[in-house]
Design a protein around this ligand. Structure first.
Ligand code: ARG
Ligand code: ZN
Length: 894
């Protein structure tokens, strides 16, 4: 790895040269693609004599001209990564290059490549350098034109950013199109698409009266599946106007769906490119979860038009400036379109499932990393194993904390100032922080630490009621665990939303709190409040509420007001009380989760001691009362009776024990299913779908509840249940119900399972998105020795190792089964080691997302440690390893 280079935030320097205009011309053909580029370059400072260094990877240089003259070999230097002009002319000059590239052989799906016969691009983070020589960094913002020439019958549609300004025929059956983007942009937002596509068209009138043509492009057979995406796009455009006053700024907005894509989607200016998995949906082929994901991702990419495109990042360390903010915006959008509580629960579950584990491993990094080897490795979160989520969960949590501290109107003021100051600029996280602070004259203390300090803060609370003084005290102490390169941490500024619930189950109105030797008033518009946000900033600190006449139960960290681990001294009785009474629905759910975590941990220890497992009857009653409470939102009930995931429990153990955690979770599920059999059966029967599929909260909530009940029942190996699930499978009128019944049947090995899996494939083999669900369901099965089946599926005609979605479904799906991935015979690790090496030759981004399964190997017992380490060392020894995989493996072994 001689070319390997770690890049540091502290080394950031402004570029010596800026680009004014960039005119590109692509001639696309079957053997090779020729890229002509003409750039107007000017120095940042007059009299600059620095060399001009251009990035370029896998490019064949054909011609290089400065101010119209071909450059002599002595005047430039070209190596595997750069093209350097040692002495460019002083002042403004034009730089023309002709480059040959080979999209047909580009399996990395980065730069210009082919997907199902069509040309498309992916440039973020640093893919533009695989297209042409360029200063491939986001602070180089320029105006672009793009001319595309291609065979007309093979590539009837030619798209790029901005407006179509010219098109026509050329001899030899070819045609061309010229696009002009009136907005300056960094090169990572450049896009080109050429192929056989059809569009679903619609219009949106912005609030100032601009008529925008909306077009969603897919292969013709997929067009019927774009209705929901179009609905989502229009809803997003309206929402951004209503909530943030942000209007779309061009007359055309294109979305293209492609089937080979590393991530979820990409916000290229006016030409968003999407993984088809997060665009295409029909009631028969997509689940409610898919519908919700599409709404969120379409919103996300659209919202980037302002948060990312109009205002972009100075450098890649600032990624969270656009991603954290845009994820926050898409979360809010989805909340407003459905249930806020349910959305919050889902997002917090995401943080716990994907972000916290990363914080505990070798790739732990602050929201703004200090260094990277390969930037793609820092697009974190769920997106590492599935395109359906964008990640950057912690960045979004940081943005959410501004809103929690400032309130919605204050947050909006900050956003307005941010755009007023920085429209058209490439800026930093501090610029966002300053806009929020200045617009509100706010005191954010050391809030900026959220950007620079890695690790999940752990906040301990000790509570006390003083009946005599009628006061209630919360004593906080915080610890931020050490992470690679950051052994010692400072205390963080943690906003803790708190309410006190009285014995009658109602919130006690709060009007003042004693803190730091002062009595602080916490009323709002002169009125007491039910929830107040405490500013916890020290290693240890106490807050005391006065005039509390009865002993309350505190509801701490309402709405999950900060991305931390909370460790409170609440008793089980307190938690059951909150589960039944808290006015903050999120904390109601959370009380149940804390109870479940405690229960699971104690059963795990029984299991490890070989003791008989017994389910706490109070827990059973708690689940039963939630399940049977018809006043509750059905999707909330579904979430509330879902146990924390196996990974979540493993993360809070000293030594992660996948077998014990799996055994315990399975045991509790079976116990609940046995004891609440009738209740679950009634839930299924009373919540069947009778109407046409509709994407709305009421119907989705009903299906969610029915299907979780079916999943519980499916854990019982019993004929009546099998019959029921088969009946649900056969009568299902939508994929949500059909797939849920298939999953229920999938839990128990045997003839029925095999038959129904075969039937499902038979039905859906023509639809690759449905087939991916089928692959992933089987791959993630906990049936012992399932690795054999997964290996067999590698050779199934439905699988193709070049397609990321299929890899995420089958190989990523396999990692979903903790017991099989961490099998004590090492078979799971061995399989993943093999797959990583195979994938790395084809697609380093996909390979590195798979290799992360090894990164926390030190969390396991010695046998597993040795097995995993052997795989990491085997990968490390491979010649020609990509930077992507190298970074993760080397940090894991360090
Ligand atoms: N900006 C894209 C989004 O928000 C993510 C693209 C990530 N691409 C990558 N190669 N890491 O959806
Ligand atoms: Zn994004």
């Amino acid at each position: 790895m001689d070319s390997l280079k770690e890049i540091f935030l502290k080394d950031y320097k402004q570029p010596d040269y800026f680009f004014d205009t960039v005119d590109l011309k692509f001639t696309l053909s079957e053997e090779k693609t020729i890229v002509f580029s003409k750039i107007v370059v000017y120095p940042r400072l007059e009299g600059c004599s620095a060399p001009l260094v251009l990035d370029g990877i896998d490019l064949k240089l054909i011609s290089l001209k400065v101010n119209g003259d071909e450059l002599k070999v002595d005047d430039f230097h070209h190596d595997a990564r750069h093209l350097t002009l040692s002495a460019p002319p002083s002042g403004k000059f034009t730089l023309e290059t002709v480059t040959e590239i080979s999209p047909q052989t580009n399996t990395s799906l980065e730069g210009l490549y082919k997907s199902s016969g069509n040309f498309c691009t992916q440039c973020e983070a640093q893919g533009f350098r695989k297209i042409t020589f360029f200063q491939d960094r986001p602070d180089i913002m320029a105006k672009y034109t793009c001319r595309i020439e291609a065979d007309k019958s093979l590539y009837p549609v030619l798209l790029s950013n901005g407006n179509l300004i010219e098109q026509g025929e050329i001899e030899g059956g070819k045609h061309f199109a010229v696009w002009e983007d009136p907005f300056v942009k960094p090169c990572y937002l450049f896009a080109l698409v050429a192929g056989k596509l059809e569009s679903r068209d619609d219009t949106f009138i912005t609030r100032s009266g601009r008529k925008v043509l909306l077009r969603i492009w897919t292969p013709v057979e997929d067009l019927p599946k774009t209705a929901h995406a179009m609905y989502s796009l229009k809803a997003a455009m309206k929402w951004d106007e209503d909530v943030f006053g942000l209007e779309y700024d061009l007359d055309l907005f294109n979305i293209v769906a492609v089937s080979d894509f590393n991530m979820g989607a990409m916000e290229n200016k006016s030409l968003n490119i999407f993984n088809s998995e997060v665009v295409l949906a029909s009631p028969e082929t997509a689940t409610d979860a898919d519908y919700a994901t599409i709404l969120g991702v379409i919103g996300h990419e659209y919202f980037h038009n302002w948060t990312g495109n109009r205002v972009t990042c100075r450098d890649w360390f600032q990624l969270s400036l656009k991603e954290g903010l845009t994820v926050f915006r898409d979360q809010e959008f989805s909340s407003d379109m459905g249930s806020r509580t349910v959305k919050r629960i889902a997002d917090v579950t995401g943080v716990r499932t994907y972000q916290f584990p990363e914080d505990m491993g070798p790739m732990a990094h602050p929201v703004r990393p200090h260094s990277y080897i390969k930037m793609d490795n820092f697009y974190t979160g769920k997106c590492r194993i599935s395109p359906s989520c964008i990640g950057h969960d912690i960045g979004a949590e940081v943005v959410r904390m501004y809103k929690t501290l400032l309130g919605a109107p204050g947050f909006r003021k900050g956003m307005d100032l941010y755009f007023k100051r920085h429209d058209g600029q490439a800026v930093t996280c501090e610029d966002f922080y300053s806009a929020m602070r200045d617009a509100n004259d706010a005191d954010f203390f050391n809030f900026l630490l959220w950007y620079s300090q890695a690790g999940t803060p752990c906040l301990k609370v000790v509570t006390a009621y003083d009946a005599q003084a009628k006061s209630y005290s919360l004593k906080f102490s915080q610890v931020v665990p050490p992470t690679p390169g950051q052994p010692v941490k400072e205390p963080m500024f943690i906003p803790v939303a708190v309410g006190l619930v009285g014995p009658n189950g109602k919130d006690i109105p709060l009007s003042s709190v004693y803190h730091d030797g002062k009595l602080e008033t916490i009323t709002k518009d002169g009125q007491p409040v039910n929830t107040t946000v405490l500013r916890v900033t020290k290693k240890e600190e106490e807050f005391v509420f006065s005039d509390i006449r009865e002993c309350p139960v505190p509801s701490i960290l309402r709405g999950y007001s900060a991305p931390i681990r909370l460790d409170s001294d609440l008793t089980d009785a307190d938690l059951y009380f909150l589960l039944a009474n808290d006015s903050d629905e999120f904390n109601r759910w959370e009380a149940g989760q804390v109870l479940a975590r405690k229960l699971m941990l104690s059963l795990v220890s029984d299991f490890q001691k070989n003791e008989k497992l017994v389910l706490n009857p109070q827990f059973l009653l708690g689940v039963k009362s939630i399940l049977c409470d018809s006043s509750l939102d059905k999707e909330f009930v579904a979430k509330a009776i879902t146990l924390p995931g196996e990974g979540e429990i493993m993360d809070i153990m000293e030594i992660a024990d996948p077998d014990a955690v799996h055994a315990v979770r399975t045991f509790i599920r079976k116990q609940l299913a046995t004891e609440l059999r009738d209740e679950f059966l009634n839930t299924v029967k009373n919540n069947r779908s009778s109407e046409q599929y509709e994407f709305n909260h009421t119907n989705m909530a009903r299906r969610a509840l029915k299907n979780i009940a079916l999943a519980y029942l499916g854990s019982l190996e019993d004929e009546e249940i099998t019959e029921l699930a088969l009946h649900e499978y056969k009568t299902a009128t939508n994929m949500t119900d059909q797939f849920a019944s298939l999953a229920a049947l999938d839990q128990n090995p045997g003839k029925t399972r095999d038959e129904v899996l075969a039937d499902f494939y038979d039905k859906w083999q023509h639809d690759f998105l449905v087939v991916n669900k089928w692959l992933s369901l089987q791959a993630s099965s906990n049936i012992p020795g399932n690795i054999e089946n997964v290996r067999k599926l590698l050779n199934h005609p439905a699988f193709d190792i070049r397609n990321p979605n299929k890899v995420y479904s089958l190989i990523g799906g396999f990692c979903g089964s903790r017991v099989n991935l961490h099998a004590k015979d090492g078979s799971g690790y061995k399989f993943m080691g093999e797959m990583v090496l195979q994938l790395d030759k084809l697609n380093p981004q996909v390979a590195s997302s798979m290799v992360t399964v090894f990164s926390r190997w030190k969390r396991y017992d010695e046998t597993r440690q040795n097995l995993a380490k052997a795989q990491l060392e085997m990968i490390m020894a491979e010649n020609g390893l990509s930077e992507n995989v190298f970074e993760i493996v080397s940090k894991s072994l360090a």
